[in-house]
Design a binder for this molecule. Structure first.
Ligand code: PXP
Length: 246
């Protein structure tokens, strides 16, 4: 069954909106685990707009599943990662003005810098993933610089699904890119993850990709939690994954 990593950034978004000490990011993570999440993901952004340093240390201390730290390849955040030692780091591009992570990393354009950061993280025993668009040349470049995993950016997949449905040509073209990039990743021995914009409607189609290891899903689950509660929101997603895994 494809694993579910729950991204709890938006619990911190709510807390930071009032600079309060609630809702608790750690409590949310523990409830996600209780409901069946296979891992917890948090993005420590350079501007600290949601997750704060203390959240990462608290998560590391108390969660029982895997901690996946999303981060830009900056020296400052890499220093924190080396101290916290999450199970996984996922390197992402970061822009101050974006609402969320837009587009994947350009591995080919900054391979020297990324290779150095990946080397440091890996020598501390951290598995490293890179967040890339479904593009075979980026997959190959990821393998060359020593990444253990790739996370395919499904933002376009999600947007096209919403726009024209799963039978539309633009969606099918993008799905084809995801299939090709996935096959390339598997042939290079990379662990294959996917995420961004995935929700309770569009998740079914991408479950058809063979040997996907994990989805990282945040916004749709936290949004559902407002009405259903966070445990139910996670359980509902797990049920869908179970259904499509059979
Ligand atoms: N994966 C990565 C690398 C991301 O940057 C994000 C957004 O923080 C996600 C997955 C989750 O995206 P969403 O919140 O749209 O589910």
């Amino acid at each position: 069954m494809i694993k579910l990593g729950v991204n709890i950034d938006h619990i911190a978004t709510i807390r930071q909106a009032r600079r309060e000490d609630f809702p608790s990011v750690l409590q949310a993570a523990l409830l996600c685990e209780k409901a069946g999440a296979d891992g917890i993901t948090a993005h420590l952004r350079e501007d600290r707009r949601h997750i704060q340093d203390k959240d990462i240390y608290d998560l590391r201390k108390s969660i029982k599943t895997k901690l996946n730290l999303e981060m830009a390849a900056s020296d400052e955040i890499a220093g924190i990662a080396l101290d916290v030692k999450p199970d996984f780091v996922c390197l992402v591009p970061e822009k101050r003005l974006e609402l969320t992570t837009e587009g994947g990393l350009d591995i080919k354009g900054q391979s020297k810098k990324l290779e150095k950061v990946i080397g440091k993280l890996k020598s501390a025993g951290i598995k490293v993933s890179v967040f890339i668009d479904p593009d075979i040349s980026q997959v190959n470049a990821s393998a060359e610089i020593g990444a253990d995993c790739i996370e395919l950016h499904t933002g376009k997949y999600a947007a096209l699904y919403k726009e024209g449905g799963k039978n539309s040509k633009p969606f099918q073209d993008e799905f084809g890119n995801i299939i090709n990039a996935s096959n390339a990743a598997l042939s290079k021995g990379l662990i294959l993850n996917a995420g961004h914009g995935l929700d309770y409607d569009n998740i079914g189609e991408i479950c058809r990709i063979a040997r996907l290891n994990e989805f990282n899903i945040g916004f749709s689950i936290i949004a559902r939690a407002v009405f259903a509660g966070i445990e139910n929101a996670v359980k509902e997603m797990k049920e869908i994954l179970l259904k499509y895994s059979n």
